[in-house]
Write a protein that binds this ligand. Structure first.
Ligand SMILES: [Zn+2]
Length: 562
């Protein structure tokens, strides 16, 4: 029977430790300087090389030519450690020796000197599984270990180890291996084994191994076993429990496009590969994360060595990111995280995933951010666009007359011999020619307006009171004659001020003077503001905002309108 690759290519020296350069260098240096730690913790995810590193350290200490940073691998001691039967190197599984009695037995054995080598080495795997009392018993030994004793602990859960233990140990954090590191190691091994492989065929294996070299080598063993002497991408994909990356990318594209038909078809395809849907959703969530990072921060923001994406995939994610609406990728990510929590490996998983996907496709999306901002301004700070205001002005006959008269240059041509149809029109034209005096006419109350007679009243308190002056009236008549060809009479009288009482008691129109243009303009402005307030409150975007965020419109202020 052939030897498993994981055993055949187990590192024999610190230089051969793949992906753990810092730890390897630190241990080699410590040995070189004669400052070897007596208690060491190797921490990291499973398959990352914790026990391999610990055994290597044991070998370095107990090699017949040691302690040495390069154990020979040939001597009896090195062989025995590799085979796991060295009398002075005791491997203990923390998971099955958790009691205080186990630790007491261990403690009792510590007093005996090593039988054949320099050090008595205790390698406790899964040390975080020890009970509190076992840790307490262990602590007593760690406080003052005999010079010939070395403790090596391996753990996947460093946070479960009591601080009192940690403080007496040198801790090495072993790095999870990147896909690229795993692939290059696998390629090296295939070269040594003389087995050809298609370019890119090892990536599915590295992905499936998720940072564990041991798992990657086990998968490579399987792939070699069923191959015809050459590893193909299809074969390697076949032995992993992963959906091909293209299908996951297609799922993301379908989610972004809210294409439920494509979603169902792709989920169908994935199911046929026999992939566990939990890992599909996890991969999809990761891909979504990469996409929004690329979209918002650019490709440079991703540590490409850590990710397992080639240039083509990166480009595809960039494209998907650009096609996604604001926040959609983040919301898809949240949907996937919720979906993942609901999956439990049961046959219902497919329906659960589809239901989340459909729910997402039916989601109407968030209102446009720009629109939201504008509405928020309308509701809160009251910046109303001038457009609704401008329309009635442009439509008024006076304005049309003004527009028609504007290009006329000479002084005589400015005289408009067509008598304006209304008092309002007359004042508009007047304002154009005599802007500084327009206010007087706007404050006057027009009682009669015809080519024969213009009868006005003015309040003594108003700006128009100067019109009561006969000289002023004569100048006005001359101007009206010049501008409009007006030849009739102008009568301007003092208006009787109304008390508040009569204003309330007598509501008949006849009792009060006709409203001045200034009053009219003020009234119309108020009406327009009322209409704008109503429009802002009833606007679809306002209602969307209220629906999404809740609350009510307290106030609509109108500013900069005229
Ligand atoms: Zn040796």
């Amino acid at each position: 029977m052939t030897q498993p690759l994981a055993r055949k290519y187990r590192p024999q020296t610190f230089n051969q430790l793949v992906g753990q350069d810092t730890t390897a260098q630190a241990l080699a240096n410590a040995i070189r300087m004669g400052r070897t730690p007596q208690a060491v913790i190797f921490s990291g995810v499973r398959g990352v090389g914790k026990t391999t590193t610990a055994r290597l350290y044991a070998k370095a200490l107990n090699c017949e030519s040691g302690p040495t940073p390069s154990p020979c691998g040939e001597c009896e001691s090195c062989h025995a450690i590799s085979a796991g039967n060295h009398e002075d190197v005791l491997e203990i599984d923390g998971a099955s020796n958790t009691s205080v009695d186990d630790v007491r037995l261990l403690r009792d054995s510590i007093g005996y000197v090593p039988q054949r080598s320099k050090y008595k080495i205790y390698l406790i795997d899964e040390v975080h599984m020890l009970s509190q009392s076992a840790f307490n018993a262990l602590l007593k030994t760690l406080e003052e270990p005999p010079a010939h004793v070395v403790f090596l602990f391996a753990t996947t859960e460093l946070q479960k180890i009591p601080q009192t233990i940690l403080s007496r140990c040198q801790v090495f954090l072993l790095q999870k291996m990147t896909s690229a590191t795993v692939v290059s190691r696998l390629e090296e091994i295939l070269r040594l084994e003389g087995i050809p492989h298609e370019p890119g065929s090892l990536r599915p294996i590295a992905r499936e191994a998720r940072g564990s070299m041991r798992d990657a080598l086990t998968l490579l063993d399987q792939a070699i076993a069923i191959s015809n002497g050459k590893l193909t991408a299809a074969l390697c994909e076949g032995i992993t429990a992963q959906a091909p990356r293209e299908l996951i990318t297609t799922l993301l594209r379908a989610l972004v496009a809210k294409d439920s038909k494509l979603l169902v078809a792709t989920i169908d395809q994935i199911e046929q590969t026999g992939t566990d849907l939990m890992s599909v959703v996890e991969d999809l969530a990761q891909l979504t994360r990469h996409t929004f990072v690329i979209r918002d921060l650019g490709c440079d923001a991703l540590d490409l060595a850590q990710l397992d994406l080639d240039a083509g995939e990166l480009q595809e994610l960039e494209k998907i990111g650009k096609s996604a609406a604001n926040f959609d990728l983040n919301r898809i990510f949240r949907t996937l995280v919720r979906c993942r929590q609901d999956l439990d490996g049961s046959p219902l998983d497919r329906c659960i995933l589809e239901n989340y996907a459909f729910e997402w496709c039916l989601d109407p999306g968030l209102p446009d951010l720009q629109q939201l901002r504008q509405t928020a301004q309308l509701v809160q700070t009251t910046q109303v666009p001038a457009q609704p205001m401008a329309a009635p002005v442009a439509q008024s006959p006076a304005a049309q007359v003004l527009v028609a008269s504007a290009p006329v240059a000479s002084e005589t041509a400015k005289k408009i011999k067509v008598f304006p149809a209304t008092w309002h029109d007359l004042v508009a034209i007047w304002r154009h020619h005599r802007p500084l005096q327009a206010g007087k006419l706007e404050d006057a109350h027009p009682h009669v307006y015809s080519p024969e007679l213009i009868s006005l009243t003015v309040l003594e308190s108003s700006f128009a009171r100067c019109l009561l002056n006969p000289d002023e009236q004569a100048r006005l008549k001359q101007s009206f004659s010049d501008l409009f060809g007006f030849q009739g009479r102008i009568v301007i009288e003092k208006a009787q001020p109304q008390t508040n009482f009569t204003a309330i008691a007598d509501t008949t129109a006849a009792a009060s003077p006709p409203e001045s243009l200034a009053q009219k303009s003020e009234r119309e402005t108020l009406q327009r503001h009322d209409a704008l307030r109503q429009a802002a409150v009833n606007h679809q975007t306002t209602r969307d905002v209220l629906e999404v965020f809740g609350g009510k419109v307290e106030n609509v202020r109108i500013k900069n309108i005229d």
